[in-house]
Design a protein around this ligand. Structure first.
Ligand code: ZN
Length: 146
């Protein structure tokens, strides 16, 4: 397992403990044997915590059927991407689209203000981390296509 993902697993545990309804589906084995995890850089962890603070109280008041189930969180096209099974509702949708918008301006690696870093694979990074990424790419490092 890559180093970043080890960090993700421990933060995933923290999220599940603090926001047991919203993040309950992470790390759970699916019917087809697949498994979804939190797989984003530490720079976005604060956004996920923020999302929990916003949504968890709403979810608590909702009937179970309407809550939907969040099963995976990834970076896709430089933004936070949430995968749900079953339905999700408008309140969750709104809170998520706000957080996704912020992720497009937040460095995924360090959490500073970021912008699009397009080296064939798009990410949202600050200038410093973008430079690091270029260096990594020159050295053929593992951070190129994550
Ligand atoms: Zn950065």
């Amino acid at each position: 397992m890559r180093e970043e993902y080890k960090v993700s697993r421990s933060f995933e545990k923290l999220l599940k403990a603090r926001f047991p309804i919203l993040y309950n589906g992470l790390g759970v084995v699916w019917r087809d044997g697949g498994i979804g995890h939190l797989e984003v850089g530490v720079g976005w962890y604060g956004l996920l915590y923020e999302l929990g603070l916003r949504i968890e109280p709403e979810l608590e008041m909702m009937p179970k059927k309407e809550r939907g189930s969040l099963v995976q969180i990834k970076e896709k096209f430089a933004r936070l991407t949430f995968y749900f099974v079953r339905n999700k509702n408008e309140k969750i949708d709104n809170a998520i689209s706000e957080i996704v918008k912020i992720s497009l301006e937040t460095c995924e690696w360090c959490g500073k203000k970021g912008k699009l870093s397009d080296l064939g694979w798009m990410k949202t990074l600050c200038d410093e981390c973008h430079e690091k990424r270029i260096e990594e790419q020159k050295r053929g490092g593992s951070w190129i296509a994550d």
